[in-house]
Design a protein around this ligand. Sequence first.
Ligand SMILES: *Cc1c(COP(=O)(O)O)cnc(C)c1O
Length: 397
Amino acid sequence: MNFEPTARRAGFSTTSVHAGEARQKPNAAITDSICCASTYTFESTQSILDYITEKQDREEYGRYGNPNEKVVERKLAALDHAEDAIIYSSGMAAIVGLLMAKLSSGDEIVFFDQCYHRSREFCAKHLSRFGVVTRQVKTGDYAAMEAAINERTKMIVSESPTNPHLSCIDLEQFVAIGKAHEVETLIDATLATPYNLQPIDYGVDYVWHSATKYMGGHNDLLAGVICGSKEKLEDVRKLRGILGGINSPHNMYLLERGLKTFALRMERHNENGMRIAQFLANHPRIEHVYYPGLESHPTHEVAKRTMRGYGGLITFLVKDADWKETGAVIDACRIPRIAPSLGGVESLIEQPLVMSYFDYKPEERAKFGIADNMIRMACGIEDADDLIADLKQALES
Ligand SMILES: *Cc1c(COP(=O)(O)O)cnc(C)c1O
């Protein structure tokens, strides 16, 4: 798939637009057509035999993949500097597909505790039924991570940056621990995206993204991806063909289309994130802002060293507000829409206590660092001046 004019690696935006696509397509169309087929035909019995014995690269049956998925997989692998990428019907389907392929009864897995809660829940509540042991250590405590590893440990996992506290992981230390103990490493880089962070370049084995977020970018699809080496992903792809968490060609067309503007959108998400974080940090009604681009963030140095930009997600605390007064600030906003998720063109705002932790006991919320006066805003690509003016009127109303 050599679309590059020279041997040098093309830039991120050129890669987003062109990587993974054939230069000349059916009907001479510039776009990939949506290939709607649940099964694929063979000319003769001999052509089936040729396909099997020569391991021909062609389609067979829809559950094993489709042409629209393959274009997106090649594009995402190129963007993440990975040899291969496997796309799934959601981010969660992707992590379940990877872990089911890699972990067996008696194996152990260690998480930094700010990892996406459903991934930890899948391991703690469900993989445990198959004899897999899950351990969790405090995010960023590399010594505790190392201490939790034993001869049964197969994988260590972190998100970076984490949600909602935006802690960034020192990937050099993380990978060094994995290598020293011969355990595989997995990073959920959904919040960073390959535009801002390249975990594979640090030697991370598997990079996981919810493509539902910035990759799709328009709040209109769900998908997930695992990137890594061809060798490590071979059994994962085979298992996907059995588990069946694949994507419709229509969904993949939307993702491919969304990826064309990936770099442009990320530039704006980064710019809006930084400007709004700075505005909030200087506003008298704000107690604290979590944003890795601000020097006040405990992992700012790591973020500065490893990331191109800091993304569109901002978490902040409203000064002297109880949970109802905090909700009133959200309700007073006119531009951001009230919803979970992030990474789309529309800004979204929510109160973690209400949206994700309402049925938790106060002590449990405290353990997860979910404050009553916490707001999470996912900056979209609107004009920063408009978003700032809107937040200002909401905070001052
Ligand atoms: C949304 C999200 C996921 C899960 O992805 P889905 O596409 O919703 O299944 C995993 N990790 C992070 C950081 C996310 O934001």
